[in-house]
Design a protein around this ligand. Structure first.
Ligand SMILES: [Zn+2]
Length: 339
């Protein structure tokens, strides 16, 4: 895909286009944003733009170089990520990149390396990478992709040009699903609404499983006030269990594999809608329309402040799970606070 084909990331694309047009690309970019929103696609589109032999600055998509970039066989492009089954990127992989980037381009204008999931770099690997970024060779271009900047060292961050990627707007995801995945428009709308702005997520959601899970969460949340501790414990156990993904083939990157927070995302979505109802009224409810009555009742009782409090409880729990907290306990505690 070319830069002109990337949807929903206008700000990021404008930064790159501007640099390409002035022939002032940085030596190292850091693309920051959630999974599945087009960071890698954009990095590859940038590779097209740089290596194309026919029509710079955007690339043509059809010349020999463009075809090689698309096929992953361009001799001056290397894409590196965590090895299968590994949760970190080790120093050896960075050294490998270093070797590649220190050579002169074989046929393209630059040597390009794309490093996926840079948040998984070990501290040693980050130090090695920093050396490389500090002494760039003239025709090297490094693009790091990361979910967040928090796990990267300050010196490394300051040496890369940071480009932020935003979650995709719902209509963009809906449109892409219909156009490229042949999805029925109503289904595309549902998937888009629950994708949380991530195309990657929209692609791995199984609509049947998801609808079933949404209904279960909706029912349980409506009964929350009357729930006993045994009930809460049962719901918590279900919420932290990893769901079975029927279409997991698109979720092979570490950051997209389910960590049990998918079901919690439905709880989050519920309280988001309560808040939206408190602010906007009926119009605010788009994901849980079948439960409009219950949402309205809860929103009236909690008010904006109360809804915000409930939301922050769920957010905090999802973050705690990311830090490997005791999952069952964390979610039980969340349900007790929501009650
Ligand atoms: Zn081309």
């Amino acid at each position: 895909m070319l830069l002109s084909g990337i949807r929903g990331q206008d700000a990021a694309i404008a930064i790159l286009r501007n640099a390409l047009a002035r022939d002032r690309l940085a030596h190292a970019y850091l693309f920051i944003g959630p999974a599945g929103i087009g960071k890698k696609q954009t990095a590859l589109a940038l590779a097209h733009a740089v290596q194309c032999q026919e029509s710079p600055p955007d690339g043509c998509g059809a010349c020999g170089s463009c075809v090689q970039v698309t096929a992953g066989t361009h001799p001056d492009l290397r894409v590196v990520g965590p090895e299968a089954g590994k949760q970190s990127i080790a120093i050896d992989q960075v050294r490998d990149l270093q070797r590649v980037l220190s050579l002169r381009p074989v046929q393209g204008k630059k040597k390009i390396a794309i490093l996926e999931e840079a948040h998984l770099l070990t501290p040693q690997a980050q130090s090695a990478l920093l050396k490389m970024v500090e002494e760039p060779s003239g025709d090297a271009l490094l693009v790091l992709l990361t979910l967040n900047s928090a796990s990267l060292s300050r010196p490394l961050l300051s040496r890369c040009q940071q480009v932020r990627f935003a979650p995709l707007p719902t209509p963009v995801i809906e449109e892409i699903l219909v156009r490229t995945q042949d999805k029925d428009p109503a289904l595309a709308r549902t998937l888009a609404l629950y994708s949380r702005g991530s195309m990657g997520r929209a692609l791995v959601l199984d609509p049947e499983v998801f609808t079933e899970e949404r209904r279960y969460v909706e029912e349980e949340l409506q009964k929350l006030d009357a729930a006993s501790f045994v009930d809460l414990s049962r719901v918590a156990e279900w919420l932290v269990a990893d769901r079975v993904r029927k279409s997991a083939k698109n979720a092979e990157t570490a950051s997209e594999r389910s960590n049990g927070s998918d079901r919690l995302a439905i709880v989050l979505s519920w309280y988001e809608e309560v808040l939206r109802y408190a602010v906007l009224g009926t119009e605010g409810v788009v994901r849980h329309q079948e439960c409009l009555g219950a949402i309205a009742k809860l929103a009236t009782r909690l008010g904006v402040d109360g809804a915000l409090r409930q939301l922050s409880v769920v957010y905090a729990t999802i973050q705690a799970l990311g830090r490997n907290a005791n999952r069952q306990l964390a979610v039980e505690d969340m349900l007790l606070q929501l009650k």
